[in-house]
Design a protein around this ligand. Structure first.
Ligand code: NAD
Length: 295
């Protein structure tokens, strides 16, 4: 597999494109938005510059990586030569199903189609194609160039051959592939989201404040980040939608999203991306923090 098509140039897509390109693959990065493509390539360049400054890569590595990436706004054009597709478009079932229908029509018949979805069943995505044995989940973690795990999700019909090829490919990217089956939340979010939800419930019921909850988990459990801050980084809307998928999928009240999470999302508090979640990330607050440091 040499030609990789990555769909979506957002947070995950640009990291996935960066990683494949750095390991010598030809990457076609596709997004409906030219602005997202430009932003994605700018992020990859900035991240490569950071690696260069830390002497983790050479100037030649940086240029080779950038030269390995081409950008497209037309899905058919960007996917027609793919050996492997990694879809990382917005977490919306209709968008993903439409993309996979098109991919099945335009990609070479032997191409493997994968999705980076956090919660949409791989079996459902595979069912809109005529090649369900060649559809699989490749769940990378953010930030992709740094995080080692790739959760490999086998759909109901995914073949051993497809799974083995994707495991080998992930190892070639110096990642640690871990095979799991296709049930709501897979493994990563099945365990992480109830913890985040419980942290929110702990706040909601007044057991402790935001910083206290995060401090307990950071210092007591050696987590690099507290669960409430992590939720802000993931996006509170994303956490809510994953919990809803698990609640709906298992019909078990233990996955019911905390009413505080529901309310915060309704109020537009999405975490880092909206400037406020459990913590304040607004420009004025950042400026205030900087001025405090100088006082
Ligand atoms: N953010 C995370 O921490 C994280 C972690 C693991 C997995 N994921 C999953 O990765 C996927 C992408 O998430 P993200 O955080 O990068 O989202 P994002 O919002 O940052 O980026 C999504 C991109 O998809 C593009 N897009 C939308 N419709 C498209 C279409 N039809 N064709 C091509 N591009 C299209 C958008 O323009 C946008 O640039 C989701 O499935 C998400 O669940 C996210």
């Amino acid at each position: 597999m040499k030609n990789i098509t990555v769909i979506g140039a957002g947070t995950m897509g640009n990291g996935i494109a960066h990683t494949f390109a750095q390991f010598g693959y030809q990457v076609s990065l596709v997004d409906v938005s030219q602005e997202s493509l430009d932003r994605g390539v700018a992020t990859i360049t900035k991240n490569l510059d950071r690696m260069l400054a830390k002497e983790k890569i050479s100037e030649a590595n940086k240029l080779d990586t950038l030269n390995n990436i081409s950008t497209f706004t037309d899905l058919k054009e960007g996917a027609k030569n793919a050996d492997l597709v990694v879809e990382a478009a917005s977490e919306n079932e209709k968008i993903k199903l439409d993309i996979f229908k098109t991919l099945d029509e335009v990609c070479p018949s032997e191409a493997i189609l994968s999705s980076n979805t956090s919660s949409i069943p791989i079996t459902k995505i595979a069912a809109v194609t005529n090649r369900p044995a060649q559809v699989i989940g490749m769940h990378f973690m953010n930030p992709v160039p740094i995080m080692k795990l790739v959760e490999i999700i086998r759909g109901y019909n995914t073949s051993d051959e497809t799974t083995n090829k994707i495991i080998e490919m992930s190892k070639h990217l110096k990642k640690v592939p871990t095979e799991v089956n296709d049930y709501p939340g897979f493994v990563a979010n099945r365990i992480l989201m109830p913890m985040i939800n419980e942290a929110i419930e702990t706040l909601y019921t007044g057991v402790a404040g935001v910083e206290e909850i995060d401090t307990v988990m950071k210092l007591g459990m050696a987590h690099p980040m507290g669960p409430l801050q992590l939720a802000d980084f993931i996006g509170l809307d994303v956490c809510l939608s994953i919990l809803e998928v698990m609640y709906d999928g298992f019909k078990n009240p233990k996955y019911a999203p905390c009413p505080l999470l529901v309310n915060m999302v309704r109020a537009g508090k999405m975490g880092v991306k909206s400037g406020e979640g459990f913590y304040d990330y607004s420009e004025s607050r950042k400026a205030e923090k900087v001025s405090q440091q100088f006082n």
